[in-house]
Write a protein that binds this ligand. Structure first.
Ligand code: HEM
Length: 513
């Protein structure tokens, strides 16, 4: 019943500016225009004209949607995660894709899962992952080296394909005690199946159905049970990953039981704090009300397998593409990396200033999740950083209001980042920010890339470390060259490169450094 609005409560949405109704379709509102353009492109254009809060008309007669980029408003929405929940329209597709794990859950259910899993991503836990990340990054390097040998020193590759195999191996190794062997000469069949189903899912999402499906789900939730191709390919990924999850869980539980039989009083407490061990520990919890069900455990294995690798792979691929298009930045980064030994410790890597700047710039310009969506469960008053003429410095919303937050629009806003905001330039991170410059939004490094508030990205430390190690390993060994291909950025369901209509495709030329 979330879409039923109470007409008696005062709301300000109707007083907001927004794009003209003349460019909206009577049935699709402004949402079709948004879908047809590059990720967040229309929101970026409109935010420049209409400011930090504006409205667009919704598809299928849905009430007006608010687009928020005002810092205080966005911070308020993300901080109050009990009032502003993820849109119900996206819960059935998330369930179909990765299950009812941490990304999907809300309220008490979410709080319990987050408490169980957060320790797997503390600084201490992530530091311990450093060596395994190097190992996978070096395997990626060897794989690309072999390719160059086969192609006499220069080759064009779909870089995202190689990186996502690497990040799948990483999440298996550091989180799940599982080897996907995604990077071997004969990739494990599971890894190949995951990759093929994901590519199919991405490409379905770019089609008309990719636009239609969530809107129809928003209007008629029961439709998720319908045999639409989009829904079916989602089911395939979950089926494969759940089967693997069951194997991992049974094996790890058996190992644990065997150890416990041999050593009295041994519990999983003594093991490392990775994802699988945190889930096993929870099974032993003395308090039954804290325990997750077996299906929640499996759904979290599938959640972390998918969001733990595709997201990072996409952002890394786009950052490498930026380096290929900007050889001077690439040379500067290589010079810094070559001045340091391979296999630096976690603390040593953090000291590489230009690497840090390149990674932040890649995450600023190409966030894996370019936008998010929230639904107000209650009437509320939202504070504003910039007052809206005729409304003031607070804004009233009604229960049922849908709010979109375009992260990329906020991350590149010239009013905050200066006129070079929309341009990739790592050196901005090396300059001390002028004290008179407008403040950056709340969030990691002043970016919305990892969201903000209690439901921020639980895996951000791992993502940043993987990012640094993979970029450093590749730039040490290879020169990246632009192929000249026209690369579009689309959302399906994460940020995707699209070349000649093919999603998940980002060609780069490689040669030895
Ligand atoms: C560059 C890489 C990544 C980016 C940009 C990213 C971004 C995000 C964002 C924006 C959200 C919030 C989504 C929303 O509320 O709509 C999120 C949530 C989440 N991310 Fe990431 N992520 C990345 C990598 C990872 C990795 C490596 C993992 C795990 C290994 C991970 C696990 C999660 C989980 C489980 C959530 C849900 C957290 C919750 O609701 O409590 N992410 N991520």
């Amino acid at each position: 019943l979330w879409f039923h609005r109470r007409p008696t409560v005062v709301e300000d949405v109707h007083r907001l500016p927004g794009p003209s109704s003349s460019i909206a379709s009577w049935i699709w509102g402004h949402e079709l225009l948004v879908f047809r353009h590059a990720a967040t492109q229309m929101y970026t254009i409109w935010a420049r004209s209409f400011g930090g809060l504006f409205k667009i008309s919704g598809a299928l007669f849905h009430p007006d949607i608010i687009i928020a980029t005002d810092h205080a408003a966005v911070h308020h929405v993300f901080t109050n995660s009990d009032i502003y929940v993820k849109s119900p329209a996206f819960r059935p597709p998330i369930d179909n894709l990765i299950g009812k794990g941490l990304v999907w859950s809300e309220g008490e259910d979410w709080r319990r899962q987050r408490k169980v899993l957060a320790p797997a991503f503390s600084t201490e836990s992530v530091k311990e992952m450093t060596y395994a990340i190097y190992e996978s990054a070096e395997r990626l390097e060897t794989r690309l080296n072999n390719l160059l040998l086969d192609f006499k020193g220069e080759s064009s590759v779909n870089i995202i394909h190689y990186i996502s195999a690497c990040t799948l191996d990483i999440i298996g190794a550091v989180g799940l005690s599982h080897s996907f062997v995604a990077q071997s000469a004969h990739p494990g069949s599971d890894a190949a199946l995951i990759s093929a189903s994901w590519t199919e899912h991405v490409n379905n999402g770019l089609q008309w159905l990719g636009f239609l499906a969530p809107l129809v789900v928003r209007a008629v939730p029961i439709v998720t049970k319908a045999p639409l191709p989009l829904m079916q390919s989602q089911g395939v990924i979950k089926t494969i990953v759940t089967r693997i999850g069951r194997q991992i869980l049974d094996r790890e539980q058996a190992t644990l039981n065997a150890v416990a039989r041999n050593q009295e009083n041994t519990t999983v407490e003594s093991g490392k704090k990775d994802i699988i061990n945190m889930l096993l520990r929870n099974r032993q919890s003395a308090n039954p009300s804290e325990r997750l069900t077996d299906s929640q455990i499996l759904d979290n294995i599938s959640t972390f397998t998918m969001v733990g690798h595709e997201t990072t792979a996409g952002s890394i691929a786009f950052t490498l593409w930026e380096l290929a298009r900007n050889p001077e930045y690439q040379d500067r980064l290589r010079a810094e990396i070559l001045a340091h030994p391979r296999d630096m410790s976690y603390d040593e890597i953090q000291k590489l200033e230009y690497l840090d700047a390149v990674v932040k710039e890649g995450l600023r310009m190409h966030p894996a999740s370019p936008q998010t969506e929230r639904l107000a469960l209650e009437d509320d008053i939202i504070p504003l950083s910039t007052p809206i003429p005729g409304i003031g410095d607070t804004f009233r919303v009604q229960k049922g209001q849908v709010i979109h937050v375009p992260f990329t629009t906020m991350n590149t806003n010239p009013a905050v980042w200066g006129s070079t905001g929309p341009i990739f330039d790592p050196s901005r991170w090396l300059e001390t920010r002028d004290t008179s410059a407008p403040p950056l939004p709340h969030g990691w490094s002043g970016l919305l890339t990892f969201c903000d508030g209690p439901r921020n990205c639980v895996g951000w430390r791992l993502a940043v470390l993987e990012f640094k190690i993979i970029v450093a390993t590749l730039i040490r060994s290879f020169v990246l060259l632009d192929t000249g291909a026209h690369v579009e950025e689309k959302i399906s369901p994460t940020l995707q490169p699209v070349v000649d209509g093919r999603g998940g495709h980002l060609p780069l030329k490689l040669k030895h450094a």
